[in-house]
Ligand binder design. Structure first.
Ligand SMILES: Cc1ncc(COP(=O)(O)O)c(C=O)c1O
Length: 441
């Protein structure tokens, strides 16, 4: 019998954050992955310069994680976590708590970074209400911040296009200024010297609204999705001090800085500032199964839980909170981070990666390079009247030449798996510089 050729119909899948029309005209497929590389359906290797979407930190196809998921699927496919339990969810929480900053050992599971962000905001509100401060409802984010796509994260986030299409936002939200000051910071290696004072804007918001109306400040330690903004030296310490002074909870969204990206398990450790609430996702399961989580300080947990009347203490949760397959993946991932010292590997290669990134300085149209840990942002001058055009052209050239990069606006963001080695770094930056040169016009 003749086999009918299978035509892949691309119509049904409404792709997220994508130009559906352009993509479906000219699709780019990734069919398989291993270690540092993807492979296209026709077998062409594409080096992964972005760890998927900042998430496959341990590298692709890690056998330890895959086998843990397979094994768990055969033991217990699903069990609820609402007033019920299954052992592996408790084990996963305890495992994750081995990596979180000291004293932040209470873990609430979600399924994504967006859900983790909204959960963190709700926990902050519940905390103040439990303390008798129900008027503390204001949530402060930051311009250019990204906290996913739920109404909480979208509203507290500060990326215009992600908000404008949807009109209604959460009320009682305000924003700190972003920390990007190219005139003073361009081509800084690591944390820029200029910009700690941007944190002082919190005093202005306190003066405007009254500290007793503000529940929390939420920021990414390193802003990723907006195009890599590295916190200026002293900025996060100042934010921490101001939050403490005014009784405001500090939330770090560590969805991309968690799990080794900056050379420590969490960014908080590398940057020396401990928040009250910390969100994570992505690297938590090495992206093999969706999962997010929120870690909170003992004070936040006990205030909400121990202070509540008998019964449910927090009216919040997801059908899949602590899902057995995700829990299995998280345990295996944490074990891998420890056994292979993935943060240590990231820290060891970070200077070489930084040198390669800053080697882009001087190429036509490169107007800034910024880096921290295994994150780099290379900002290109936009084409006259055609923002994003140059970066997209560079992206396509790199893909065709076998390297996956990511772009936001006209910024190239690189965040490779932490298992990257020097030849991969060389290959990624050679390919990128060739593409930038080719798009000089
Ligand atoms: C800092 C940050 N928070 C939240 C999210 C949202 O995560 P998810 O896409 O899993 O909902 C992301 C995703 O890129 C992120 O970078």
């Amino acid at each position: 019998m003749n086999e009918m050729p299978v035509r892949n119909n691309l119509d049904a899948f409404w792709m997220p954050f994508s130009s559906n029309r352009a993509y479906k005209e000219q699709p780019r497929m990734l069919a398989r992955a291993e270690g540092m590389s993807y492979f296209t359906p026709d077998g062409r290797e594409v080096i992964d310069g972005t760890a998927g979407l900042w998430c496959v930190n341990a590298g692709h196809g890690r056998r330890e994680i895959t086998e843990a998921i397979q094994k768990q699927a055969a033991i217990l496919d699903y069990a609820p976590s609402f007033n019920m339990g299954h052992p592996i969810a408790f084990q996963a929480a305890a495992k994750v708590a081995e990596l979180t900053p000291d004293g932040m050992d209470r873990i609430f599971f979600t399924n994504s970074g967006s859900e983790a962000a909204d959960t963190a905001l709700k926990i902050a509100l519940a905390y103040h209400r439990a303390r008798g401060n129900a008027q503390r409802v204001r949530l402060i984010g930051r311009e250019r911040g990204y906290h996913g796509v739920g109404f909480g994260g979208m509203s507290v986030g500060g990326i215009g296009p992600n908000r404008k299409q949807f009109g209604a936002q959460l009320p009682y939200v305000d924003h700190l200024p972003h920390t990007h000051a190219p005139n003073q910071q361009a081509f800084s290696r690591g944390q820029p010297e200029f910009g700690a004072h941007f944190a002082d804007a919190l005093e202005n918001l306190v003066a405007l609204h009254g500290a007793d109306t503000i529940a929390a400040v939420m920021v990414e330690p390193v802003a990723g999705s907006t195009g890599v903004l590295i916190p200026p030296q002293g900025y996060l310490d100042r934010l921490r001090a101001l939050c403490t002074k005014h009784g405001i909870l500090l939330i770090f969204d560590e969805v991309i800085t968690g799990f080794g990206r900056l050379g420590t398990h969490f960014g908080s450790e590398h940057l020396g500032v401990v928040p009250d609430i910390l969100t994570m996702a992505k690297g938590l399961t090495n992206a093999a199964v969706p999962m997010g989580a929120v870690a909170v300080s003992e004070a936040v947990y006990t205030t909400i839980v121990e202070g509540a009347p008998a019964g449910i203490e927090l009216f919040h949760g997801y059908t899949y909170s602590g899902h057995p397959l995700a829990s299995a993946a998280a345990i295996a991932t944490v074990d891998l981070h420890k056994s292979d010292d993935l943060p240590g590997r990231a820290a060891a290669i970070a200077p070489y990666f930084a040198d390669a990134a800053h080697g882009m300085k001087g190429l036509a149209n490169v107007i800034d390079v910024r880096n921290l840990g295994l994150v780099a942002g290379i900002e290109l001058a936009p084409r006259e009247g055609k923002p994003t055009d140059r970066a997209m052209a560079v992206f396509r050239r790199c893909f065709d030449a076998g390297v996956l990069i990511r772009t936001t606006g006209d910024i190239v963001a690189l965040s490779p798996p932490l298992i990257i080695e020097k030849p991969h770094v060389d290959r990624i930056f050679e390919t990128l510089s060739d593409a930038i040169r080719a798009e000089a016009a």
